[in-house]
Design a protein around this ligand. Structure first.
Ligand SMILES: O=S(=O)(Nc1cnn(C2CCNCC2)c1)c1cc(Cl)ccc1F
Length: 79
């Protein structure tokens, strides 16, 4: 899979980061509490633990399930 531009419109199901970590669900605050919730960002496609770009970073990312790593970019290429 690949993403266009900054990936703000990416709606695929990749949920692994560049270092192979599993993504934390956007609706969860464990292990990382955060502001990027589906309630706060209803149009960002923050489903399950799929990689997304709700804050206009350079590509899709996610909070990781590793307590020592808050977030990482995802294992996706730019189209
Ligand atoms: O809940 S958060 O979104 N957590 C957070 C921390 N770093 N990031 C990066 C995610 C990828 N893009 C750059 C910011 C997000 C968050 C955002 C802001 Cl503006 C302030 C505090 C905070 F807790």
């Amino acid at each position: 899979e690949c993403y266009d531009g900054s990936g703000s419109t990416y709606r695929g199901t990749t949920s692994l980061t560049v270092t192979g970590k599993k993504c934390q669900a956007w609706s969860s605050s464990i292990p990382h509490s955060h502001e990027k919730t589906p309630a706060n960002y209803p149009n960002a496609g923050l489903e399950k633990n799929y990689c997304r770009n709700p804050d206009n970073d350079k590509g899709p990312w996610c909070f990781t399930t590793d307590p020592s790593v808050r977030w990482e970019f995802c294992n996706l290429k730019k189209c």
